[in-house]
Design a protein around this ligand. Structure first.
Ligand SMILES: C[S@@+](CC[C@H](N)C(=O)[O-])C[C@H]1O[C@@H](n2cnc3c(N)ncnc32)[C@H](O)[C@@H]1O
Length: 419
């Protein structure tokens, strides 16, 4: 392995694969990938074959910059992101060849969300360049990969642990897991917010317009107020209803729920600093308010056993992954939400929809996955699009470790039981 000749050969193979991908030369790729992987990466640019195949479609400025396309955003009727009437035959062929190459690479196990040295996934490049079909191929591949990952996550080998068949099966699962999700977007090493229990024992800082954890991650920020207000309006359309909120944070949504004079208002909160602050702010004395101290994982079963029913449930915790949200709505919402909640219609469930919101392509992948999982759990989801202002220009992220939101549109979910 230390042989320099071997390193040169590997590098040459990588460069040949990247070149074939950029040329949309499937025949050459097929040959090259017989003895190599569709996930090689250029040392300098971090490009994978998918990045190369998509980036090669960037219009050449003097020649074929597409009208109707500004900074990768498109206006009007589009094919692959460009105004249909204006796309030359040559350009159409190039984009079709790129789409075939991208499909071929996915068939060969290419990872949808590897990052290049600019921090872009292949889908991010397609989005930036306004290449709609290539972008959709990346979203679809992301959905397939993430679904596979979540299924594998539930996988339990059958039979005794040491049978040869089981070992082989486990190896296959490991390989599939690597291919599907090896490059899941990193949330940052040494970061307390990646583990719920670490977060819960970290010290919080409360500013006027935000809460930060011990690693300077934004736990909750005031810019989300518009999203909280709209969620509350949709969940509690009138006064006197019963509501459960999981995760108090800055108390923004709980404050808005209070404006609706709920007949019963339960709040589950686990962080001691937040609970301390709630005491100081008089939340424990508010009429019809019940506060459950602890992790929702330790509280909700008790509510189910007491037959507590709600017209509306909102879920917005912190430092938890998508699996936690899915567990909450598949296992518990079903037992806590009144099927005959609001005006004879089903009760309503909402949640902060922020998974993957540091990249458009990841956000779309998660939106599709969560909608499918909600459907499987028995819910219909309505989405409302809410504009989000430019948080960079408003300097919202100053002093915050990681931007958890970079998009200009929030997709607000409201879920009811399927009829
Ligand atoms: C993003 S904030 C909620 C913001 C809230 N929606 C608002 O309007 O201000 C998340 C809250 O969930 C709490 N939390 C995190 N993990 C939790 C868990 N497992 N159970 C209960 N609460 C949790 C955090 O301490 C934090 O107060």
């Amino acid at each position: 392995m230390d042989d320099p000749a071997f390193a040169v050969e590997t590098d040459l193979t990588t460069q040949s694969i990247l070149l074939a991908a950029a040329n949309h030369d499937i025949r050459a790729l097929r040959d090259l990938l017989r003895n190599s992987s569709a996930n090689v990466q250029d040392d300098e640019t971090g490009f994978t074959p998918l990045h190369a195949a998509i980036a090669a479609c960037e219009p050449d400025e003097q020649n074929d910059s597409a009208p109707g396309q500004v900074n990768g955003h498109t206006n009007g009727d589009t094919t692959n992101g460009e105004t249909t009437s204006e796309v030359s035959e040559e350009r159409k062929q190039e984009l079709e060849a790129a789409a075939s190459t991208v499909r071929f690479l996915f068939q060969q196990g290419a990872i949808w969300n590897d990052l290049d040295s600019n921090g872009e996934t292949p889908g991010c490049i397609a989005h930036r360049l306004g290449l709609k079909e290539l972008y959709e191929l990346c979203v679809d591949a992301g959905v397939r990969a993430e679904l596979l990952l979540s299924r594998l996550d539930q996988y339990q080998p059958l039979g005794g642990a040491d049978s040869e068949d089981d070992e082989e099966e486990e190896e296959e699962v490991e390989e599939a897991t690597d291919a599907a999700g090896a490059a899941q977007t990193n949330t940052g090493a040494g970061d307390e917010s990646t583990e719920n229990t670490n977060y819960l024992s970290s010290n919080l800082t409360f500013d006027r317009n935000r809460i930060l954890d011990g690693s300077a991650n934004g736990v909750m920020m005031e810019w989300e107020t518009t999203l909280m207000r709209r969620s509350a309006e949709l969940l509690l359309p009138k006064t006197g209803l019963r509501v459960l909120n999981v995760g108090h944070g800055m108390g923004i949504i709980d404050g808005i729920f209070q404006e609706k004079s709920p007949s019963s208002h339960h709040i589950i909160e686990a962080h001691p600093d937040v609970l301390q602050r709630m005491k100081g702010q008089g939340w424990y004395e508010k009429p019809n308010v019940t506060i459950h101290e602890g992790r929702w994982q330790d509280v909700v079963q008790g509510l189910v056993e007491k037959n507590e029913l709600f017209d509306a449930i909102y879920f917005d915790t912190f430092a938890e992954d998508y699996k936690a949200l899915r567990e909450f709505f598949t296992e518990y919402v079903i037992g806590l939400l009144d099927p005959a909640g609001v005006d004879g219609g089903s009760g309503r469930f909402g949640f902060f929809n922020g998974m993957g919101a540091d990249r458009q392509v990841c956000y779309e992948v998660y939106n599709k996955i969560v909608e499918m999982d909600l459907f499987e759990a028995g819910f219909d989801t309505e989405w409302e699009t809410v504009p989000v202002p430019d948080l960079d220009s408003e300097r919202e992220w100053d002093g915050v470790r990681r931007k958890y939101w970079v998009l200009d549109k929030y997709k607000l979910p409201t879920c009811v039981f399927i009829d």
